[in-house]
Design a protein around this ligand. Structure first.
Ligand code: PMP
Length: 433
């Protein structure tokens, strides 16, 4: 069955398939960190549905919540009507919002994907401000629909001004040592304040508190506070894309909490649906310039996703899983840094909480003019393959696809973390040869 399914889907599906190309497995069962393939092999899943599975696969509280809705006879499709399930989800979500946000928040159900919520956020601030331009960052990833793509790294759109995101290891200003963030902030300020700078008054600024697909790059807290101040001073709504960083992943319930900033709009998806598709934006009520019907969508009321999501949010909150992600993540980060000390092919180890990245480089590429070695995407592919052979699923990211990303569930045990790190170290040693 395993080979047949892989073969047929490879023939029938689009050439754009991504995960399926690098992970030749046919998952048939899963629980927690573990996925079992049709061939009977078991894997530790540190991709977690691209960061979706805060509680791992098929967590009992999530399954119970879904079963409860199914058993109740409630309608599964309700457009955007109010239901008890939606009420419970919204109440639970609002209870998690950063201080200073919940009292004055509005929610718009989008859906079903993260990229839909990004579109809604861009449209909301454009409607509210009557302006068109957007400020976005190098290396960003916001989704695959036209608006979200336009604000993602590498894309070009006349309405989008690209600003430097602080990436200390490959600092575009050659500064490093954390000073690049200061230069990037000043550059942004001077650009916005120069009447001849060519940046029309923007409708908003969109950023990820930790760039995920861009290579697991946490923004320094001080830089985020600078972005908050400079946007507030110029009446530019600040949009935080917490699609990947939310629900405890980085060690706080929402990643913006590390810096203490309160954005004007938060984009949420992935983990808020407890493994089912769900996406929302939450924003300051003052931005609610939409008329009824201004933003629609057939699949805005997925009852199963809301029930699974409410159960997930409650479980993360009650069990303080954000704290757990912080402490276990720090331990894993330290362990990976230890590995870097004995492997020159590891250029940088980064992360926050259980969002970890290992940037692989070619140490032989260092020259007097180029102290930071070039990325090594081929080694990264080899490491991912070696991980898979050892029963560990990881994914690559970064501007050169040379960063190995680890996004384990927040329910990861100490023993599982050790197993993940051991397999990774073993795979690295094998791939390096
Ligand atoms: N924003 C961020 C920060 C993301 O990481 C992603 C998905 N990786 C998206 C938006 C898009 O979400 P989706 O794939 O559900 O459209």
């Amino acid at each position: 069955a395993h080979e047949g399914i892989l073969h047929r889907q490879a023939q029938r599906e689009s050439a754009a398939r991504t995960y399926a190309r690098s992970l030749p497995i046919v998952p048939v069962r899963a629980r927690g960190l573990t996925i079992e393939g049709a061939d009977g092999r078991r894997y530790l899943d540190c991709l977690s549905g691209a960061g979706t599975l805060a509680l791992g696969h098929n967590h009992p509280v999530v399954l119970e919540a879904i079963k409860k809705v199914l058993a109740s006879g409630a309608p599964l499709h309700v457009l955007d009507l109010a239901t008890p399930v939606k009420d419970a989800f919204t109440t639970e979500l609002f209870a998690t919002l950063p201080p200073g946000f919940a009292d004055d928040a509005r929610i718009q159900f989008c859906g079903p994907a993260g990229t839909d919520a990004v579109e809604a956020a861009l449209k909301l601030v454009r409607t509210a401000t009557g302006r068109q331009g957007m400020l976005a960052f190098t290396g960003a990833y916001h989704g695959m629909t036209a608006g979200a793509l336009a604000v993602s790294g590498g894309a070009t759109d006349v309405r989008v001004t690209r600003l430097p995101y602080p990436y200390d290891y490959r600092c575009p200003f050659g500064a490093g040592g954390g000073r690049g963030a200061e230069i990037a902030a000043r550059w942004t300020e001077s650009l916005l304040d120069d009447p001849r700078g060519g940046v029309p008054a923007p409708a908003g600024m969109i950023l990820e508190p930790v760039q995920g697909e861009g290579g697991v790059i946490p923004a320094p807290d001080e830089w985020l506070r600078r972005m908050r101040t400079l946007t507030a001073d110029r009446s530019i709504p600040l949009i935080a894309d917490e699609v990947q960083t939310g629900v405890g992943r980085t060690g706080r319930f929402w990643a913006v909490e590390h810096s203490g900033i309160v954005p004007d709009v938060m984009i949420m998806s992935k983990a808020i649906g407890g493994s089912l598709p769900l996406a929302v934006i939450v924003y300051r009520s003052g931005l609610d310039a939409w008329q009824p019907g201004a933003h629609a969508g057939t699949f805005r009321g997925n009852q199963l996703a809301m029930a699974a999501g409410a159960a997930t949010l409650a479980f993360v909150r009650e069990n303080r899983l954000a704290d757990r992600a912080a402490s276990l993540g720090a331990r894993m980060l330290a362990s990976l840094q230890g590995l870097a000390a004995s492997h020159t092919c590891i250029g940088d180890v980064r992360g926050r909480g259980l969002m970890l990245g290992v940037e692989l480089v070619d140490p032989a590429s260092v020259t007097a003019d180029r102290p930071v070695p070039l990325p090594d995407p081929r080694l990264a592919v080899a490491v991912r393959r070696a991980c898979l052979e050892r029963g560990l699923i990881v994914e690559l990211g970064g501007r050169d696809a040379s960063v190995v990303r680890l996004l384990p569930p927040l329910t990861l045990t100490d023993e599982q973390a050790t197993a993940v790190l051991d397999r990774f170290a073993d795979a690295l040693a094998a791939a390096e040869r």
